[in-house]
Design a protein. Structure first.
Length: 492
């Protein structure tokens, strides 16, 4: 898809279709070109009206905010993708920061256009591939064209890597194995300057005493992989950041076997690792001023005669002993050893990503991820600075009463709690056992179990994978890099 910002007025641009947003009661009537024929305020908020004879489409958005603009752009795409047209023009809709306003438009179009049709005999096709952004009522002195063009380019990179993540997560487990994840990481490193990749096999895991990680993979016919991606910027790095991802390419539950209905969609249990991989690739392409390491634990959780069992005690890489009470609480075991490895890199910030608990979906719904950790200021900072991405997060608090629920009578910690309640937080508290004191205030845990994969379309997301947390983290890092961006928080 091609995007072009032009300084011409929208009426001077030749395109097959024109798109117009209807934004509340404050809409300037100069934008309504067919108002004598239709009551467009009926479409305020979420309506879509296509006028093929006039070569125009009207889309209602609830407010002039970044995510409303993203959603509006996706609606435009979905309404027009079957038309035999090549080009579309749309005016400038400034939500606060000019750069972020146009970035949101680009993300909406690219994310909205995604399809996973690899296994369909009949594939949908579209001819629409040129989008013109026009100055409209703004003039050259008011719009910062150079910055906006940078924003358009950056948004396309971010949206493309988000769609790359969707492809990886949507891929079937027969194809997308730990070996495939390692191959994809190595391929990204080959293609992107300043991105390096090291792949470690089960022998390395044994040398590192990553016994919790190894136990999860014990009954898989496929070997595990620890994937370490490194990105170093050309300029001095502002921070060293470690991204740690849960990469269960398939999770049967192990001996604590999932019911068949719950086993479906478990190809998505690799979403955390795929998000971490996509974030570091995006950061490298955008030349963000951070040294970033992505540590991905790729494994399967299967069943066999040598499966790890409830009642086993595992000795983790950090030396913390773990009583296994449920083999379906396996992702936290992989993360425990990967977090230990990541702390040896001495980062200034650690963020882990995992489709960790069904309890998170029960508590927050399908569309919201949880933020956990020990540093209240860090959690609030992440939530605030990532908000313009449109991804939804809720902060969950640790407390000592819930910490008591993961105590073990025979080991240092149990991999499941003694109560079914507060499962997302007790899982986060389990991970906290593997965070050293020096890193307690530098760690964020993101449980993306809800929005990572849904069997229904929502917003600008299709059925299946969404690339959860990728855009949020990139927006967060960009805000850290340029705190004086001047974005209006009201536009979020």
């Amino acid at each position: 898809m091609k995007f072009e910002l032009t300084e011409k007025h929208i009426d001077e641009i030749s395109a097959d279709f024109e798109a117009i947003f209807i934004v509340g009661e404050n809409l300037k009537h100069k934008f309504i070109k067919d108002a004598d024929q239709f009551d467009f305020y009926n479409y305020k908020g979420d309506g879509v009206l296509v006028l093929p004879q006039n070569r125009r489409i009207y889309v209602g958005i609830k407010a002039l905010k970044y995510d409303a603009v993203r959603l509006g752009a996706a609606k435009i795409w979905n309404a027009l993708k079957s038309y035999k047209i090549k080009s579309l023009k749309i005016g400038a809709y400034i939500c606060g920061c000019q750069k972020l306003s146009f970035s949101a438009l680009v993300e909406g179009f690219v994310l909205g256009a995604y399809e996973f049709d690899k296994y369909k005999s009949v594939k949908n096709s579209t001819t629409l591939d040129e989008i013109y952004f026009c100055a409209d009522e703004y003039n050259e002195r008011e719009l910062k064209f150079a910055k906006i063009r940078d924003g358009i380019k950056e948004a396309q990179i971010l949206a493309d890597f988000t769609n790359f993540a969707k492809d990886c997560v949507n891929e079937i487990p027969e194809i997308y194995t730990p070996i495939k994840m390692a191959d994809d990481a190595r391929k990204l490193a080959d293609e992107i300057p300043n991105l390096e990749c090291e792949i470690y096999d089960e022998n390395f895991l044994r040398e590192q005493n990553m016994n919790a990680f190894l136990a999860v993979n014990r009954s898989s016919a496929l070997p595990p992989r620890l994937i370490h991606l490194r990105y170093k910027p050309q300029q001095n790095a502002l921070k060293k950041i470690a991204l740690v991802g849960k990469g269960l390419t398939y999770d049967s539950g192990g001996l604590s076997l999932k019911p068949s209905d719950y086993m479906l969609t478990m190809k998505s249990d690799k979403s955390g690792a795929i998000s971490a991989m996509s974030i570091i690739a995006t950061a490298a392409k955008l030349n963000l001023p951070f040294e970033i390491h992505a540590v991905l634990g790729a494994s399967e959780n299967m069943i066999g005669g040598n499966s790890y069992k409830p009642d086993d005690v595992l000795i983790s890489r950090s030396g913390v002993t773990i009583e296994v009470r449920n083999t379906d609480a396996e992702g936290r075991l992989v993360l425990a050893d990967c977090l230990s490895y990541a702390q040896d890199l001495n980062p200034d910030l650690i963020i882990d990503f995992a489709t960790l608990t069904g309890a998170c979906v029960v508590g927050l719904g399908e569309f919201t991820s949880a933020i956990m950790g020990n540093n209240e200021d860090l959690k609030r900072e992440f939530k605030e600075l990532s908000a313009p991405s449109g991804e939804l997060f809720t902060i969950l608090e640790f407390n000592d009463y819930l910490r008591d629920l993961i105590k073990s009578n025979i080991a240092d910690v149990s991999n499941t709690a003694s109560s079914r309640y507060g499962g997302s937080i007790t899982a986060g508290l389990f991970l906290d056992k593997f965070i050293k004191e020096d890193f307690k205030d530098k760690w964020l845990h993101l449980d993306i179990a809800g929005p990572a994969y849904l069997e229904k379309a929502w917003g600008y997301n299709q059925i299946g994978a969404t690339g959860a947390a990728i855009r949020a983290v990139i927006y967060y890092l960009k805000a850290l890099a340029k705190p004086s961006c001047g974005c209006d928080k009201k536009g979020a």
